[in-house]
Design a protein around this ligand. Sequence first.
Ligand code: GDP
Length: 232
Amino acid sequence: MGHHAPGRREGLTGAAGTDEDAAARLEFGRRLFAQECRFTAGAMTLDALPAPGLPEVAFAGRSNVGKSSLVNALTGRRTLARVSQTPGRTQQINFFDLGGRLALVDLPGYGYSQAGKAKAALWSETVRRFLKGRATLRRVCLLIDARHGPNPHDRSTMTALDEAAVNYQVVLTKIDKTKAPDLALERAALERELAKHTAAHPLIMPTSAHEGIGIEALRAELAALAVDSPFG
Ligand code: GDP
């Protein structure tokens, strides 16, 4: 169960770490995410899931939330998003090996399509069962558009992750489109909401893929989950 418990450690901005510690974490994250990121498997069904191996970080969010852009920014390459947006692969769970130390798992986007007209694409039973039963899944990054906050789909995902006891962390996307006071209010409201969720990580990560904001901090946060991380 240990791997599912929300981290107690303070984040980079928390009071617990020294500046030196924060710098070492950032450097470790930078180096890990500079490694090769290789597509290893795409699974449509539970049978097709790769054998559990590396610790895994999954990325989830409604379609158009900025998931591909964020993962591209994190890895500094386009491989992951390109694979995941290949027609036929958008509804599968795609696995990537980052430097042999961490697996990145791209989950299908949920909710309405980009056009907003198409039918709601609900998460498949496969995704639900993956989330529930994957021993190596260390964290789900739940992407939420900073301008809009969580929608009903996001909230039901949060509840589902609570029920599955999967540690999840909210990553706000597109913060370049928000004004600082609005972002601060949104964060405070979300923090209060997350405090009521048993599996939610308390630290919210604000990011902008377009402007490169919060990317280094998120790398550092996720690198701590990698094999042989000194910060795990
Ligand atoms: P996905 O469907 O979740 O993979 O989302 P994409 O990464 O394809 O992005 C959806 C749309 O949001 C695209 O038009 C992107 O250009 C835009 N977008 C993504 N990230 C950002 C960001 O950091 N800032 C802004 N302003 N737009 C973004």
